[in-house]
Design a protein around this ligand. Structure first.
Ligand code: AMP
Ligand code: TRP
Length: 320
């Protein structure tokens, strides 16, 4: 099976990215699937305004992937902007993508409803660039977090439109979303997102992670009283990293009273540090020295596949 996915280097990856996407990406590679993972720096330009930041985050995301187990000899890892054909295909797809379809995008609608005056055209056409990333490689499956379902559906709609006008060119990909993970909540109870500043990191220093975990919003109750287990952010995160027995133990501490949110947060922090111990250790050994070679190798492999698609697109549209 051909697998394609991407992650924006608009900040450092967080545990929401890991649980919703990166963990599956590494597992699919290990299952022997034919995987392409794209560090989508063109996409990040819609929200970043500083070249140094983009450069740092771009390398950071690539190194984080490698530390989490991505093997560049098994999966193709590359920077989107190393293949300008992604932007070219996005333009071409934009000429068939209905404006009304893009207006229905949740991300766009939310921003419009909030009266955000900083909206740029790139944010509006974001799903078209994502469609280009995906359709370029004709994947069977696109493993993403729940928040990206609509974008993958839009990719299918755009591919159908293109095929309708120009004949069978693109395969329609299926989103693959882990149901047990769903949407990971951030420290304030909203979706964990780089843009909300409510994330818990993976590779940050221990004191930074501690601060993030200690900042999780909790109910206000008396220490001696039982703590409610419904809608509890700490438990929802703990569940993702622990066995059902460990989860039950923490829940019974909640129910017993006299436990306190401080202790619950400490248990979560411990769990996180344990879960990522190996990756964190690995991450300290990497530097950016041979990263350039790894990414160039990925781009070269992706380029071969992209050429095949672009040739067909030129031929079918008459651009040849
Ligand atoms: P992004 O950081 O927006 O590029 O997201 C990269 C991947 O992580 C995508 O597949 C997202 O769906 C996934 N993701 C981001 N935030 C979350 C979250 N809070 N819960 C689950 N998956 C997420
Ligand atoms: N929009 C995705 C996100 O924010 C990132 C992305 C860009 C992507 N291109 C992609 C995901 C192609 C999967 C496939 O998470």
């Amino acid at each position: 099976m051909r697998i394609v996915s991407g992650i924006q280097p608009s900040g450092r990856p967080h545990i929401g990215n890991y649980l919703g996407a990166m963990r599956q990406h590494v597992a699919l590679q290990e299952a022997g699937e034919d995987c392409l993972y794209i560090v989508v720096d063109y996409h990040a330009l819609t929200s970043l305004r500083n070249g140094e930041d983009l450069k740092r985050y771009r390398e950071g995301v690539a190194l984080d992937y490698l530390a989490l187990g991505l093997d560049p000899n098994k999966a193709i890892l590359f920077y989107q902007s190393d293949l300008p054909q992604h932007a070219e295909l996005a333009w071409i797809l934009g000429t068939v993508a209905p404006h009304a379809l893009l207006e229905r995008a949740h991300a766009w609608k939310d921003a419009v409803e909030k009266g955000n005056r900083d909206m740029n055209v790139g944010l509006f056409t974001y799903p078209v660039l994502m469609a280009a990333d995906i359709l370029m490689y004709n994947p069977d499956i696109v493993p993403v977090g729940a928040d990206q379902k609509q974008n993958v559906e839009m990719t299918r709609d755009i591919a159908e439109k293109f095929n309708h006008y120009y004949g069978e060119t693109f395969k329609l990909p299926e989103p693959q979303i882990s149901k047990e993970v769903g949407t990971i909540l951030g420290t304030d109870g909203r979706k964990m997102s780089k843009s909300y500043g409510n994330t818990i990191g993976i590779f940050e220093d221990e004191d930074v992670l501690k601060k993030q975990v200690m900042g999780i919003k909790t109910a206000t109750i008396d220490l001696k009283d039982p703590m409610p287990i419904e809608n509890d952010i700490i438990l929802s995160l703990y569940e993702q990293f622990s066995s059902s027995q460990e989860l039950d133990e923490l829940k019974s501490n909640y129910a017993a009273g006299g436990f306190g949110y401080g202790s619950a947060k400490k248990a979560l922090l411990k769990k996180l540090l344990e879960s990522f111990a190996e990756a964190r250790e690995k991450r300290t050994q990497f530097n950016t020295k041979n990263l350039g070679e790894i990414m160039a190798m990925g781009a070269e492999k992706a380029q071969k596949l992209a050429n095949i698609t672009m040739d067909l697109v030129y031929k079918n549209t008459g651009l040849y």
